[in-house]
Write a protein that binds this ligand. Structure first.
Ligand code: UD1
Length: 458
């Protein structure tokens, strides 16, 4: 009797193959900030004139927001890393559920739409796996500015019912210095009648970038970067040209890449003040960091020792670098403690790092880490944007080979990460299977498949 052999071929989704343990050298180049770019693009809805935003990274989050703006009636022209947006003819104040669900930052459109058209209808941003991420502070702020807001079937409908459809100034105190809520109120109040103050405002560099662009559009914003922002409303805003600040989270990720691979590197362009808390912790754990010209840092890692971190709003240690820093601590000498205080569910990297040989125990939002001599290559998966970066750092430093899946998360927030690491000496490459090899950043239209993979917003 003859037996029939069945050959099972495992189809691996698009992934990165990494041969770990190689030193890096040279320069790691930092792109424009994702989080700034997204809110600046939404701010284009505030004016009928053309806005040119330069230094925008090519990321899937940017593509999804572009699609949303097109859907509202805006015209977009992209050239390399610049985007020109004209919102003269926005005809629609309602955002499509499918796109909003895939990108939390789409909620940014509510403030500008309300300020410009007197109405906005936006589904609640989709569930996200780093915590509940409510929008109550955004909504309370808009209500204080005179909007009537109702939430029905998970859709937020906001309108200004006065004759002239204009919001009015108000004194708003945030319960928590939420980045998104500060940005929403800031954009909405620019075109409001009278003066608005935001107390307990977020102080992140992205808020300062937004205020800078709004002022060059004719807004009257002062105090951005402090806990109290004042906005004197104006009737209209004009077009402008603005270059996005460097991405401090990508820059921090690269500094940690140097430390974890024990390789001296130059990282930039960046703004050192945007990274003060991270630089301090890297110095404390054994890295020497110095200026290299005005916009670059030179980092030389020595023996890395365990240090404790607690995440907090800017200027504290950024929650977005908590996961990458944990990868570093996994191979540090001695032990360390990492407390996540901004989001309640941001420890997805822990299990993957344990798979690679890390010694980490988790007690709610606090990780206790005992450094091991080296991590071991493995098959690992990113569960959200920043944990993906953390796991890739672990892979490039580990002994042996790794396969990383979860590129849909990574591509939301890191422009050509594997190409940049590979140019600096990592052995890392992207592999596609046939089914997905068509996906391209230059696609104008997103297919359903493509969108459904982008569920997490950071
Ligand atoms: C932004 C960043 C994200 C970063 C985060 C904190 C973007 C697109 N994303 O997210 O990368 O990790 O800042 O630096 O810019 N909260 C409320 N009610 C609200 C809003 C927020 O309770 O209405 C809570 C959140 O649940 C969270 C905390 O405030 O616990 C911080 O959130 P927030 O600062 O708003 O972060 P995002 O703007 O969503």
């Amino acid at each position: 009797m003859s037996s029939v052999a069945t050959i099972k071929r495992k189809v691996i989704p698009p992934h990165l193959e990494v041969k770990g343990g190689h030193q890096l050298s040279g320069v790691l180049k930092v792109s424009g900030a994702k989080n700034s770019s997204l809110v600046l693009m939404a701010a284009a809805l505030l004016t009928k004139e053309t806005l040119l935003i330069k230094n925008v990274p090519k990321l899937t989050d940017i593509e999804v927001l572009s699609e949303i703006l097109l859907n509202l009636g805006a015209k977009l022209t992209k050239r390399n890393n610049s985007i020109e947006i004209n919102s003269r003819c926005i005809h629609n104040a309602e955002l499509p559920y499918q796109l909003v669900h895939s990108l939390r930052a789409s909620f940014f459109c509510i403030g500008p739409l309300l300020a410009r058209l007197g109405e906005a209808k936006i589904p609640l941003p989709g569930g996200c796996n780093i915590g509940a991420r409510p929008v109550d502070e955004h909504i309370n702020g808009l209500k204080a500015l005179g909007a009537e807001v109702v939430i029905n079937n998970e859709v937020v409908s906001a309108q200004v019912s006065t004759k002239n459809k204009r919001l009015h100034g108000a004194n708003i105190t945030l319960k928590y210095p939420s980045v998104g809520a500060t940005e929403t109120i800031l954009m909405a109040s620019c075109l409001a009648m009278g003066k608005t103050t935001i107390s307990n405002a977020a102080r992140e560099p992205e808020i300062q970038d937004l205020a800078k662009m709004l002022n060059s559009m004719g807004a009257k914003v002062s105090g951005a970067g402090t806990q109290r922002i004042t906005i004197k409303g104006v009737k209209t805003l004009r077009g402008t040209s603005h270059s996005v600040i460097p991405d401090r989270i990508e820059a921090g990720t690269f500094l940690i890449a140097s430390a974890i691979t024990r390789s001296p590197l130059i990282v930039g362009p960046l703004v050192p003040n945007h990274l003060s808390a991270v630089i301090l912790k890297l110095q404390e754990c054994g890295c020497s960091i110095s200026h290299h010209g005005n916009h670059y840092l030179k980092i030389i890692p020595r023996e890395i020792s365990g240090v404790d971190i607690t995440t907090s709003p800017f200027p504290g240690f950024p929650t977005d670098l908590q996961a990458p820093f944990m990868s570093l601590m996994a191979t540090a000498k001695g032990s360390s403690k990492i407390k996540e205080k901004v989001f309640e569910k941001r420890m997805q990297h822990v299990n993957e790092l344990i798979k690679m040989g890390a010694c980490i125990s988790l007690e709610q939002n606090t990780a206790h880490i005992k450094g091991v001599k080296e991590l071991i290559g493995s098959n690992v998966k990113g569960g959200d944007l920043r944990s993906s970066a953390a796991i890739i750092l672990a892979c490039i430093s580990a002994k042996g080979n790794s396969i990383f899946t979860g590129l849909d998360h990574l591509d939301r927030g890191y422009e050509k990460l594997e190409e940049k690491l590979s140019n600096a000496g990592s052995i890392i490459s992207r592999k596609f299977d046939q089914k997905t090899s068509q996906i391209s950043f230059s696609n104008k239209k997103f297919t359903e498949d493509n969108i459904d993979t982008q569920k997490n917003a950071a």
